[in-house]
Write a protein that binds this ligand. Structure first.
Ligand code: GLU
Length: 457
């Protein structure tokens, strides 16, 4: 059977690096198993789901290098869920409940004070036809709960019922169905909660592996029971740990914090995001992979830690710098053209500056420095000014070869007796206006003799 995975966000906001982790775990799993990747939008919550968010999620995934084989929307598949509901009703495992949220809340409190677990007590199963008729005539509409198979013959007497699975990430997992409330599958207004559509789609779409965050571990117990109630074999499950901020807070689509969009806006490369999103909180070192196939070779879901992983955005810049440092000109060329960096010097310029960039767009500042001169004029002491005049007078005639910087500074050293920092720093400041940056040996040929002399203070 073809390995089939899905990434199933609700389109209620922009995805963040934690969502990217889930998407990439699925994508890399598919890559490593020659499988299919389904993009599924869990948009049954029509009030909060928006097409613009679905579009932005697809855009962000493409940017990361994830190209779904197919894209599905749950809002367009309601008839399929309705058919499943009829089957569950016919099997008498879906039952109508009429409690209001306040009534449920009160019951939970009572159960707690009695030392009982705060789960739903299945009171709706004991309603008489008259009581139901009364609720209906009062205008109450039912919501529908799935009867968890956690009893022998009397649903009012639940017993410990373990559901087991071998988790791709966490190994042996167990959920006791008696510790859970029967989940509501359908709301009063006839709209679906996440649980049933997800299972029905996983069956219908032939999903073989469900890889998602470990906030769904308990859901998995319920969903396995639902797969079985619908006569289907459950898929293999894998629950990866979640990412948190440095201070330990969870990430949220709503706040927009660490959204893929904002990272892109900060100039972070897709492979810096992908490398960190996948490798943080695993036993692999977090290094920048060049592309997703390379990352796939490092990807092993079982090597993921079971506890939440703190995530430091500064690490993205470390990875970004590493990617810049090794980026071949061919890969940067088109992006540099867009930034106005082109012509016969573009390649040697790129090779000279790439090791000093936090982000690709930082190349623009260096291109300006090289073409127009320092952007801020440096202040020099009288002594340094004299030194620089002497130095500029010694600049070799053209044509220059690859050793011009060495030749020039050799002559300066001989004539002035300066060496080390007192020699190089005034030159660097005069030539670039900055106290650090790319190797001057690489920059000098790009300035040419005329350009260099124009920088004489
Ligand atoms: N819409 C669910 C979520 O974003 C999907 C969970 C799942 O993968 O089943 O949490």
């Amino acid at each position: 059977m073809t390995v089939t995975v899905r990434f199933a966000p609700s389109p209620t906001g922009r995805i963040h690096i934690g969502n990217a982790r889930t998407a990439l775990f699925n994508w890399l799993f598919a890559v490593n198993n020659k499988g299919r990747f389904i993009q599924r939008f869990d948009d049954t919550d029509i009030a909060r789901s928006k097409q613009e968010f679905a579009d932005s999620i697809l855009y962000d995934l493409h940017w990361l290098g994830v190209f779904p084989d197919v894209t599905e929307y749950q809002s367009r598949r309601v008839e399929i869920y309705d058919a499943a509901v009829e089957r569950l009703k016919a099997a008498r495992v879906l039952y109508a409940c009429y409690e209001t949220p306040e009534e449920l809340d009160l019951r939970r409190k009572v159960r707690r004070t009695r030392g009982q677990p705060p789960v739903y007590g299945r009171e709706a199963l004991t309603l008489t036809p008259e009581q139901v008729a009364e609720y209906e005539s009062d205008g109450r509409r039912p919501h529908w709960r799935f009867l968890l198979p956690n009893f022998t013959s009397d649903p009012l007497q639940p017993e410990r019922t373990e559901v087991h699975w071998n988790d791709l990430v966490r190994g042996e997992e167990t959920v006791d169905l008696a510790s859970l409330s029967d989940p509501v599958l359908l709301r009063e207004d006839g709209t679906y909660l996440y649980t049933l559509p997800s299972v029905v789609d996983d069956i219908e779409m032939g999903v073989t592996h469900v890889i998602r965050g470990d906030d769904h571990v308990t859901n998995t117990g319920v969903q396995i029971a639902l797969f079985q109630a619908l006569g289907a074999e459950p898929p293999v499950f894998g629950h990866h740990n979640l990412l948190t901020t440095v201070s330990g807070e969870g990430l949220s689509k709503r706040t927009g914090a660490l959204s893929i969009e904002s990272l892109r806006g900060d100039g972070i490369e897709p492979m810096a995001v992908a490398s960190l999103a996948v490798l943080v909180g695993t036993s692999e070192n977090v290094t920048a992979a060049h592309d997703l196939s390379e990352l796939a070779r490092h990807f092993d879901p079982a090597a993921t830690s079971k506890s939440a992983s703190k995530f430091d955005p500064d690490e993205l810049f470390v990875l970004n710098r590493a990617l810049m440092h090794h980026m071949p000109f061919e890969e940067a060329r088109d992006r540099l053209i867009v930034l106005g960096i082109s012509g016969d010097k573009a390649e040697s310029f790129w090779l000279a500056v790439r090791g000093n960039l936090d982000r690709l767009s930082d190349a623009v500042a260096w291109w300006r420095i090289l073409s127009d001169g320092p952007q801020e004029a440096a202040e020099f002491s009288g002594e340094d000014r004299d030194f620089l005049h002497q130095a500029f007078d010694l600049l070799p005639e053209e044509p220059w070869n690859g050793t011009v910087w060495k030749d020039w500074t050799g002559k300066i050293r001989e004539a002035t007796g300066r060496k080390g920092k007192p020699l190089f720093m005034p030159l660097r400041l005069a030539l670039t206006g900055r106290s650090s940056g790319p190797e001057l040996a690489d920059l000098l040929p790009l300035m040419g003799r005329e350009g260099t002399l124009a920088r004489r203070p």
